[in-house]
Design a protein around this ligand. Structure first.
Ligand code: ATP
Ligand code: MG
Length: 754
């Protein structure tokens, strides 16, 4: 345990005040790099050591799993191993924990599945087919985006139905869409049906984790009371990126609206009434509006929480004055914000370096050569360098250049281990074992590996399930009543027996997920099918499956009370940012990532690339003031990641949709005062006609990245690299990052709406 002086001795007066503040609601609002996260961590240690709170009374929320792990590690350093027992997690992980414990109260059986985006899209496709929806026109993706909006704003499906399709009953057959002649009806019906089927499958999507927890707390006073009694201190980092549902969740957990209650096990502070809330954030760094983040949560904090105290931090400890000046100048172009003064004691430092390339390949090649130069001439370690871009698709030329130059790098967010077909198949088995009601996953594995149970067999089972209002697996269990042809019936029985045997095995070995994975891989025939194949790609698929088993073993080792369901949770909540090395760990490689993923991080050397109208700011944001403002905040986030050296680069030509498009310099470049930038090359080769921005962007997929296949010659997961994304080093860094990612997006984020 640290003494008080240790916790605040090296802080500035505002930081120290924030750490020690006693009161119900505290907002630490401050610009980038001013020590917000550091103060939050110290405050937790302070609450434990100086207010005398128990670790179990604290709930700390971070934006990513990785940030949570890091905070926990710091806390362990400050206060010792008790920190291991604290709830330090993302909103989503915390909600999973709550729902696992008490979800039964709202009809969620333990072992519920968490659907990732691909699962959700399958579900919407099934619903769309049943309702005769034109899914080319209303893509599953766009429908899901709408559903997500409803959820982020806590708009339930019942109210949508009441307003737009009052005579629809979830589960109803033969409903004719379109009688109301508006698209709201379609969304309302699909939303209701989607929730209905999730409930039938004992499954939730990412947004549901929050929404259903709110529902639980609101609907079950006993449960709400339990958590309000338990958590006396709630602390939230990156508060500017919370959405409405998360805001309500915090209020509910804290019991802000529940009035005064005596607290039997009083701690020194906060013995009466709601839990003490500390939020930290920077409204200039709000970059998740597209996922429902509501900047007003932070702007209105003082109104929302009576007697709230606000502490501003003004000293930046991260960057040079030049970098700060650039960031401040850019963000000043946003309207309606409170100006902040940020200063640093680090001095002016190096000028920002600018480079205008003729095209994206040349831009990438120059960056590679510049990094090589910094490495040799200035002794800059590769792991001190980050290359950031607006959209995942931009990584391609950068990767090619780094490979050519033989520089080790690590791509964050490009490959999604858990989204690979074979890995998803294996997970689908595990999911179906834990939760046989999970129709989406059960259907997925019915004929994987191929066992002669095609579309006809599937529809026979589905028909049974529909007429008996039963699950898909119930249909399989009743194979003898399906009237299936002999061969099909035989195969269905074999599938039934397989799943039953696997389930029994899983129950008997629940604490050993790695053994269950091994059993599933061998008994299901998944592994065998791949091993028999001549397709060279299948060899790397086998490696991925063996990797999955290692991940399970690793989980087993570091989790006090391992279980198969627990393992599945960790795989469901993985995010891009989890691929990053922990602080203090040297990956030995250059980091490539999107600006969204870079939130909260810092690097001595940062390259901001693709500074072109249409690339960054993104083409779709250029006509809309509020979207442009969000892009500018993203630029502010990017600039402020840099500690010592910042590079800004652009290309005059960039391929879009297979065509070379001419790109104008980004307006953000103009917004950086000229004297701060030292242009190594100012005008790009191809002189363009003036007027009209380069059009187009990267389409809908900008956050999604590519499928592995898009990478043509470059293969992931090559020998030596542990699943994945570490290829790319002529020297073979062999580092083991890239635990893939899934659209855990919600918790880990970074991978956007994927
Ligand atoms: P962001 O807005 O990007 O999330 P932040 O406000 O959370 O940034 P931190 O990441 O906590 O800032 O701190 C930025 C850097 O400054 C870190 O390296 C941190 O260790 C350092 N730092 C913060 N406060 C101090 C201090 N009082 N003395 C020395 N270093 C500090
Ligand atoms: Mg921070």
């Amino acid at each position: 345990m640290r003494a008080a002086d240790d916790l605040i001795g090296d802080l500035n007066p505002q930081q120290a005040e924030a750490v020690q503040y006693r009161g119900q609601a505290l907002l630490i609002g401050a610009g980038a790099g001013s020590g917000k996260t550091r103060v939050l961590t110290r405050r937790i240690a302070w609450i434990l050591t100086q207010f005398g709170a128990w670790p179990s009374q604290i709930l700390a929320i971070t934006f990513t799993n990785k940030a949570a792990a890091e905070m926990r590690e710091r806390l362990t350093g400050l206060i010792g191993p008790v920190a291991q027992r604290m709830w330090v997690s993302t909103f989503h992980s915390a909600c999973v924990r709550i729902l696992r414990r008490d979800g039964e109260q709202i009809g969620l059986k333990s072992g519920f599945s968490i659907y990732d985006t691909a699962d959700c899209e399958r579900l919407v496709k099934l619903i769309g087919a049943d309702l005769n929806i034109d899914l080319k026109r209303y893509t599953p993706r766009s429908i899901l985006a709408r559903i997500s909006d409803y959820k982020n704003n806590l708009q339930g499906w019942r109210e949508q139905l009441n307003t737009y399709a009052a005579d629809y009953k979830p589960g109803q057959k033969g409903y004719q869409l379109g009688r109301f002649g508006n698209v709201e009806e379609l969304y309302a019906v699909v939303y209701a049906e989607y929730q209905h089927r999730l409930a039938m499958a004992n499954a939730v999507d990412f947004d549901d984790l929050i929404v259903r927890t709110v529902e639980l707390l609101r609907g079950c006073p006993m449960v709400a009371e339990y958590y309000r009694h338990k958590f006396r201190y709630i602390l939230v980092d990156e508060y500017q990126d919370t959405n409405h549902a998360q805001y309500v969740l915090v209020r509910e957990l804290a019991g802000v609206d529940a009035g005064e209650r005596p607290q039997p096990d009083a701690v020194a502070a906060g013995r009466q009434g709601p839990a003490w809330i500390t939020v930290v954030g920077d409204s200039d760094q709000s970059i998740y509006a597209f996922r429902g983040a509501d900047i007003r949560n932070i702007q209105d904090f003082e109104q929302d929480f009576p007697n709230a105290k606000t502490i501003m931090l003004e000293q930046n400890y991260r960057s040079t004055q030049t970098i700060l000046d650039a960031a401040n100048a850019v963000i000043a172009h946003n309207e309606g914000r409170k100006p902040k003064k940020l200063w640093t004691a680090l001095g002016k430092g190096e000028p920002i370096v600018g480079y205008a390339a003729d095209n994206a390949q040349q831009e990438a090649a120059w960056i590679a050569s510049e990094i090589a130069r910094l490495h040799v001439e200035a002794g800059v370690a590769y792991s001190d360098v980050a290359i950031m871009y607006r959209a995942n698709a931009q990584s391609r030329s950068l990767e090619e250049a780094l490979i050519k130059a033989g520089l080790p790098y690590q791509l964050i967010g490009g490959t999604r281990f858990y989204e690979r077909r074979e890995v998803k198949d294996a997970i689908a088995y595990l999911q179906a074992i834990v939760n046989p009601a999970d129709d989406v996953n059960m259907r997925r594995i019915l004929n994987v590996p191929k066992r002669g149970l095609g579309a006809r067999a599937e529809s026979l089972v589905t028909m049974y399930a529909d007429t008996h209002a039963a699950t898909f697996f119930d249909g399989v269990l009743h194979v003898d009543e399906l009237g299936a042809p002999t061969r099909t019936a035989t195969q269905l029985r074999a599938f039934r027996d397989l799943m039953t045997a696997l389930r029994e095995f899983a129950v008997a070995h629940d604490g050993k997920p790695s053994e269950i994975v091994a059993e599933v891989l061998s008994k299901s025939g998944l592994l065998e099918e791949l091993q028999r194949s001549d397709d060279p790609q299948d060899a790397s698929r086998v490696e991925n499956l063996s990797q999955l088993q290692s991940v399970a073993a690793e989980y087993e080792q570091k989790t006090p009370d391992p279980s198969l369901a627990g393992f599945l949770e960790t795989t469901a909540l993985v995010a891009d940012s989890d691929q990053l090395p922990m602080q203090g760990e040297d990956s030995g490689s250059i980091t490539l990532m999107t600006l969204h993923t870079a939130k909260g991080l810092e690097y001595p050397v940062v390259f901001l690339t693709g500074l072109e109208q249409g690339t960054f700011p993104h083409s779709r944001s250029m006509e809309d003031t509020s979207e442009l403002a969000e892009e500018r905040r993203l630029a502010y986030v990017g600039i402020t990641r840099a500690q010592r050296r910042l590079y800004v680069t652009r290309a005059a030509v960039r391929a879009q949709w297979g065509q070379a498009a001419e790109m104008m310099p980004s307006q953000f470049l103009d917004e950086i005062p000229d004297e701060l930038i030292d242009w190594k090359r100012r005008e790009a080769g191809m002189e363009r006609m003036r007027g009209g921005w380069g059009n187009g962007g990267f389409g809908d997929d900008e956050f999604g990245g590519w499928d592995d296949d898009d990478f043509g010659g470059v293969s992931y997961g090559g020998a030596g690299s542990t699943f994945g994304s570490t290829y790319g080093s002529a020297r073979g860094t062999g580092s083991s990052y890239g635990s893939g990612s899934s659209s855990a997006a919600r918790s880990g984020y970074g991978s956007g709406r994927s």
